[in-house]
Design a protein around this ligand. Structure first.
Ligand code: V47
Length: 359
């Protein structure tokens, strides 16, 4: 039996795939076979349901000391287009978004050289006070690591203060590729792979849910991709705290890697399918349409994705790197896109409680 036939048997029998299986899947050129396998697993977990949520992204500042080579969003404090939002600005944006019915705000930030930790806590408290029913998903392990550094508090203490001020779950960003080689080359000035995983572990053990991501399509090797998936799977075995995995498509424009080309549709769909097949213990695979574009996000529903994030008002990070996708879509556009694919749109909240299901 050839390797792919053996993998097919394992998938049918719900047998966990190995590192070698993962590498064989990544090297597989039969994209339709890959899609079929991943879609079958998705169907087993979630039937024809496709989840989405109504949310809004707020990037508090673009000033960042890390200056990762893949990032087109960050600025130095002295740049003319550097910004830092104050509390009023955040509330003003949220008032506009809440009239669109958001259930979640996704707040992340650059690693600002001088903003004190109290700045972030003040923002959280103000949001919690004015929008008590909006779920606050905020701050990646990279930011939490930085807060710990600038305050001298432990990671656990930082998390406790964030939770007391309003944080209810963590987004999955800052993972990039969980490889020391890749991080040394692209983002040496921030939390490393071990730290990212350890902070997620601490958060999960405190009862917080989070997501996980991979930023793919730059300098990573196939082996590094599979090792990343295995590291996330391994942590999930121990904590069960990851709700969704999100492959993030690298956009090279305006970055130090602008000589690279954006991953093709083939590569994007393959990453979605391989993530679904390797991450047997993570319930949801998210097609983040801001990075894939709406058309590939729709196709991703046939390659193992069961979640499309979200109505996302005001996305900035990917658009700084040349994304041509819309800056936000309406709920109706999103549900129509899911229906057209023959699937059932289900509006969820951040913790995947069903809010509205179509029939
Ligand atoms: O951590 C930075 C990535 C991430 C670029 O948890 C880039 O629900 C592409 O993590 N091209 C932030 N990607 C986005 C993120 C996210 C998005 C949506 C939902 C969730 C969630 C998390 O964006 C960063 C970095 O990995 N990024 N620059 C770029 N040029």
């Amino acid at each position: 039996m050839d390797a792919l036939k053996i993998i097919e048997e394992k998938i049918k029998g719900n047998v966990r795939l190995s590192k070698d299986d993962g590498l064989a899947l990544l090297r597989c050129r039969d994209i339709l076979w890959l899609g079929q396998q991943a879609a079958a697993v998705k169907k087993q977990k979630n039937g024809d349901r496709v989840f989405y949520n109504v949310n809004c992204h707020i990037n508090l500042t673009n000033v960042c000391i890390s200056r990762c080579h893949f990032c087109a969003f960050s600025r130095d404090e002295t740049d003319s287009d550097a910004y830092v939002m104050d509390v009023q600005e955040v509330l003003r944006r949220l008032r506009a978004a809440s009239s669109a019915g958001i259930t979640e705000v996704h707040i992340v930030s650059g690693l600002h050289p001088t903003c004190p930790f109290s700045y972030y806590l003040d923002i959280l408290r103000a949001v919690r006070h004015e929008f008590p029913s909006v779920h606050i998903k905020a701050f990646t392990p990279v930011e939490i690591h930085y807060f710990s550094k600038i305050t001298g508090l432990t990671v656990q203490q930082v998390l406790e203060q964030l939770v007391a001020a309003g944080v209810q779950s963590l987004p999955g960003g800052g993972a990039e590729v969980l490889s020391d080689r890749v991080r040394q080359q692209l983002c040496p000035n921030k939390a490393g792979a071990r730290e990212w995983l350890a902070i997620m572990e601490t958060a999960h053990k405190m009862g917080l849910k989070s997501n996980a991501t991979i930023l793919f399509g730059h300098i990573e090797t196939e082996e590094e991709v599979i090792d990343h998936l295995l590291a996330v799977r391994d942590l999930q075995d121990r904590t069960g705290g990851f709700q969704a995995f999100i492959p993030l498509v690298f956009h090279p424009a305006n970055t130090k890697l602008s000589h690279l080309t954006k991953p093709t549709a083939f590569e994007q769909l393959r990453m979605i399918a391989v993530s679904r097949l390797m991450l047997d213990n993570i319930e949801h695979i998210k097609a983040y349409w801001v990075m894939t574009g709406l058309k590939i996000a729709q196709l991703a529903l046939f390659f193992g994705a069961d979640d499309i994030d979200g109505t996302v008002i005001e996305e900035r990070i990917t658009h700084a790197a040349g994304a041509q996708s819309e800056r936000g879509v309406s709920q109706q556009q999103l549900t129509e896109l899911i229906r057209q694919a023959g699937k059932i749109p289900v509006e969820r909240d951040t913790l995947y409680t069903v809010l509205r299901a179509a029939h």
